[in-house]
Design a protein around this ligand. Structure first.
Ligand SMILES: [Zn+2]
Ligand SMILES: [Zn+2]
Length: 211
């Protein structure tokens, strides 16, 4: 599984291109701006983009969905709860009010335990609600794409609509901190500490979860 990290958009979101080196099939996680640059990179690497996967439905992570889908024909995948909350009616309006292009409804919705495959690479969905109802992390080959759930040295906000601090801490403790220590953490934003981390480092140093 090949992983390429790109920092995109004015919210400094980390977008990831995950590809199978054998088949050249690929998916993109959170194409959150700079869509042309993302698609140019995919073309340059001769990849065949199958899916746009969102860690959650917030506009800062989904604002590039429409454009990337238009340019590549890739299908949008999101947890069913965030699809319902953010991609229709008032949810789309909220994205617009915050200055983001809303995402079209998901083509495929997922839930906990589902897998998303591209060639030989596959990612398992871990439902980690709390930052948003349908927030997910994606685990594959010892890599965790943690969206706005777990950051390097931080965790996501719990003061937005649909958030829950209790659900969030439970999900982080029971679903993420129980992963092998050497699991690589690829966060959803660049907060300047380090572009990636490990579960072991976060358990030892993240002030929000240090035990
Ligand atoms: Zn968010
Ligand atoms: Zn975010």
């Amino acid at each position: 599984m090949e992983i390429e990290q790109m920092k995109v958009g004015f919210m400094e979101v980390f977008c990831y291109i995950v590809a199978c080196p054998r088949t050249k099939h690929a998916l993109v996680i959170d194409p959150a701006g700079d869509e042309e640059r993302i698609v140019a990179r995919i073309t340059q690497r001769d990849l065949n983009l199958q899916y746009i996967v969102n860690t959650h439905g917030h506009g800062d992570h989904t604002c590039g969905n429409a454009k990337v889908k238009e340019l590549t024909g890739a299908k949008i995948i999101m947890h069913e709860l965030d699809d319902q909350m953010f991609n229709y009616g008032s949810g789309s309006m909220m994205a617009r009010q915050w200055g983001f292009t809303p995402s079209p409804p998901a083509d495929i919705t997922v839930k906990d335990g589902d897998t998303i495959g591209v060639g030989d690479a596959s990612l398992t969905v871990i439902h980690t609600p709390g930052h948003s109802p349908g927030g997910i992390c994606l685990l594959g080959d010892g890599n965790l794409f943690s969206g706005d759930t777990l950051f390097v040295g931080g965790i996501g906000r719990t003061d937005l609509p649909g958030a829950s601090i209790d659900q969030f801490m439970k999900a982080i403790r029971e679903r993420l901190l129980t992963l092998p220590d050497n699991t690589i953490v690829w966060p959803g934003h660049d907060y300047g500490v380090s572009p990636s981390s490990t579960i072991e480092t976060e358990k030892k140093t993240n002030p929000w979860i240090r035990q």
